[in-house]
Design a protein around this ligand. Structure first.
Ligand code: CUK
Ligand code: CUA
Length: 764
């Protein structure tokens, strides 16, 4: 049986059309496959819910922190297909991140006290919001190990900015945004002195401090404005997660804490370790800050400059009535504000309860100054019972909570029990539980921390995978599990291994909200978001020495690098600048140079640079790293570094083949035949309503470019032929052919697209 026929029969059987199964090969019979692979009906259902057929796309895009990989991981839901790693705090060669001058400048913003730090411990990504809804414009991510926040522009999924926290030495409660992304919050984790000096631990209570920083974000420029940002000083409790109020609670931020015992450890000296000393008390504190009022205090100059940064001291915060504490049981971890802003859910790692605080009650207590006491720093403490809406027993080791699209329904991760608990926070009752594998940290629902959660799916970000995947050595991948939450009962659908750092939080947005560019304006410095001074147009390539630096203004287009020979003298500083002239989607070129750690990714339109000292005489081949066309391997060149004082040698080049008139004529005939094919494709396209298809319009633009290049090469070959220089005439005729081939390739892609998408003939 032919394969196609066999497929059709197999499908018919699978769909129950009653054909005899014996006629179908086992490969294509669903029942047979289920039997052979030991799949249940439930497995098949789960597969059908997650499988995204070839060519189709996912409904949601998730941005997961990459933990200590310092990156962001982007994947589709429900397919769980990984789409991209976005380099943030860590060099990443595929994107040229940390290899080209432009992205090095971004990484350099992240230097701490002059030291380069080439990793980050990313924890909490946040998508920018407009009126509390994800708007898909920007993504923020924090670095717990080296307190920093990075800004990623979702127009091109590139890291644009890194800001270093001027007063913290450890952080955790970031990045979360206000409902209109005016501010991005970052809160400390482990207390430390704000100063850079040595301060003994005996002065912990007096000199060590926590803080929250409110980073001002300019939504138009897409950058954090450091001089418009400020912090609020906090006690040396280990602040943890944060969240911003929304709707009724807009204007407030919430940051919880553990180890309010202010214990400082010392197991090596016979003292009980942190884990014991930090769990003595039954409650820790939720910090509540009126950030809108804090922003006014900052504008009114009621701050103290510390390390050049504006800080509202605890004294000022207490005096001005912007800082309050609410007890929370016990060693709390997550704090999550409900979509309507009315409730704040906190879960304690050492408690079996989730506590639901009522913003209305809290606000009333603050307004009537009904306080239960003060902490050692004079901060008013609210009464726990009076602040609570309810407490629900959700399981052992509850951590984080996410909201469903259904009113009052939430999901809490239960670390010790390895479960997700679905519960109703209005009524205060548990609705369902599901086991995960294993030891869940965060969990994520679709747009789950916006004002409009989308429901449908939940991802469980598990800390341990243990036995879930084929073993790959002692270091295991992480396990993100996809759970269907559309029904009353949660259904586990899929295990996805994530082999890159330990992700903490993730956020997912409806894919149709994202409209990233497919190409840059020609000559674009994507990291600074401006036209590069090194933008180079075709035909304008040059090598120029300015102030002792040899600048190479080069271009990349299928399938050559211009220039193909770069010759410099030993000791010269060389600055390469390459512009990708392509307009076609996905026609990225790379640039790799032997020995100099130069590795570039140049997407269509982009200009990138690499500066280095050519300090050793020698021969250094370079080439394009992306298989960009049939003649990609010919996309190559040489950097020649002459010993000091030696004269240039590239004037007379040796070549293998010398062409004659017959070669020229043969190539021209081939080109003319090729042109006839191109003309027929062009006639097909222009005879259809191709302008109604944006992808085809882009392809036609690209093909037109290639045909213009072909015309230039044709002219050069004819000029040489007129002078009877058959050798150069033939070489240029070959180049003319190369451009024709690319134009034809693009034209055929356009033709196929039109045929497959129902284009109609038009009268010319
Ligand atoms: S954290 Cu890791 S499981 Cu940094 Cu939000 Cu809770
Ligand atoms: Cu460009 Cu390969």
């Amino acid at each position: 049986m032919t394969q196609r026929l066999s497929k059709a029969v197999g499908l018919a059987v699978a769909l129950g059309f009653g054909l005899a199964a014996s006629g179908a090969s086992a490969q294509d019979n669903l029942q047979q496959i289920m039997q052979d692979r030991g799949l249940t009906q439930k497995d098949i259902l789960a597969a059908a819910k997650t499988y995204v057929p070839t060519g189709k796309r996912d409904e949601f895009l998730a941005f997961s922190s990459g933990g200590q990989s310092g990156q962001i991981i982007v994947y589709g839901i429900p397919s769980m297909r990984i789409l991209k790693y976005v380099a943030v705090f860590t060099p990443e060669p595929w994107q040229g991140y940390g290899f080209d001058d432009e992205s090095k400048a971004v990484l350099d913003q992240g230097k701490i006290n002059g030291k380069t730090v080439t990793y980050g411990d990313t924890h909490h990504p946040a998508i920018s919001e407009t009126n509390g809804e994800y708007d898909g414009r920007y993504l923020f991510i924090n670095d717990k190990a080296n307190p920093r926040i990075a800004v990623i522009d979702l127009a091109d999924f590139e890291t644009k900015q890194i800001v270093v926290n001027p007063i913290m030495k450890s952080e955790h409660g970031g990045a979360f945004v206000t409902p209109n992304t005016d501010y991005v919050i970052e809160a400390t984790q482990y207390a430390a002195p704000f100063s850079k000096e040595y301060v003994p631990l005996s002065e912990f209570n007096d000199k060590y401090r926590g803080a929250v920083t409110y980073w001002k974000f300019d939504n138009e420029k897409g950058r954090i404005q450091q001089d418009q940002s400020f912090s609020v000083e906090l006690p040396p409790y280990s602040q943890d997660l944060s969240d911003f109020g929304k709707k009724v609670s807009d204007g407030w931020s919430f940051t919880n804490s553990f180890c309010t015992e202010r214990y400082v450890g010392g197991i090596e000296n016979g003292r009980p370790p942190f884990e014991a000393g930090c769990s003595q008390k039954d409650t820790d504190f939720l910090h509540m800050i009126n950030w809108k009022k804090a922003a006014e205090l900052f504008k009114a100059g009621k701050t103290t400059k510390i390390n050049g940064h504006d800080v509202i001291t605890m004294d000022t915060a207490v005096k001005e009535g912007i800082l309050f504490l609410i007890p929370e049981p016990k060693s709390p971890h997550g704090v999550d504000v409900s979509p309507d802003g009315k409730f704040i859910i906190v879960a304690g790692k050492l408690d079996t309860h989730a506590s639901v605080y009522s913003f209305e009650k809290i606000k009333a207590l603050i307004d009537s100054k009904d306080f239960a006491g003060k902490d050692p720093y004079g901060i008013p403490i609210l009464d726990l019972k009076k602040s609570l809406h309810t407490q629900v027993e959700v399981g052992l080791g509850p951590l984080h909570t996410q909201y469903d699209s259904k009113n009052c329904v939430v999901y809490t991760s239960i670390y010790v029990d390895s479960q997700v608990t679905k519960w109703d926070y209005c009524e205060g009752k548990v609705l369902d539980k599901i086991s995960i594998h294993y030891n869940i940290g965060h969990l994520m629902t679709m747009e789950g921390d916006s004002v409009t959660p989308q429901g449908k799916y939940l991802v469980s970000l598990n800390k341990l995978a243990i036995d879930r995947f084929n073993p790959v050595g002692p270091l295991h991948p992480q396990n993100h599990q996809l759970i269907d939450i559309s029904g009353d009962k949660m259904e586990l659908l899929y295990d996805m291994p994530l082999p890159l750092g330990e992700p903490h939080y993730a956020v997912a947005i409806r894919a149709d909200k994202l409209k990233p560019h497919i190409r840059y304006k020609v000559g674009w410095n994507s990291r600074a978001d401006e036209t590069s001074p090194y933008k180079t147009r075709p035909g304008r390539e040059k090598i120029e020495k300015v102030d002792g630096v040899t600048h190479v203004y080069g271009t990349l287009i299928r399938s050559h690098i211009t220039p193909e020979i770069i010759e410099v003298e030993e000791g010269e500083t060389v600055s390469l600048h390459f512009t990708n002239l392509e307009r076609a989607e996905d026609e990225t070129h790379g640039f790799a140079l032997y020995e100099h750690n130069v590795n570039l990714s140049v997407e269509p339109g982009k200009t990138v640079s690499a500066t280095f000292v050519a300090d050793r005489p020698g021969v250094y081949p370079y080439y394009c790293t992306e298989f960009c066309s049939a003649l990609h391997l010919e996309m190559q060149g040489y950097l020649l570094v002459r010993p000091k004082g030696m004269k240039a040698t590239t004037a007379a080049l040796q070549e293998g083949t010398i062409y004659a008139q017959a070669d020229y004529d043969k190539q021209v005939k081939t080109n003319n035949d090729t042109q006839a094919v191109i003309d027929s494709v062009v006639a097909f396209i222009t005879g259809r309503n191709f302008k109604d298809f944006a992808p085809v319009v882009a392809l036609v633009e690209d093909a037109t470019d290639q045909l213009n290049f072909a015309a230039d090469a044709k002219k050069k070959s004819e000029d040489y032929a007129a002078k009877q220089d058959w050798h150069n005439g033939t070489l240029w005729a070959q180049q003319w052919f190369q451009y024709q081939v690319k134009a034809a390739d693009i034209g055929l892609r356009a033709k196929t697209f039109l045929e497959q998408n129902g284009a109609v003939e038009v009268k010319q």
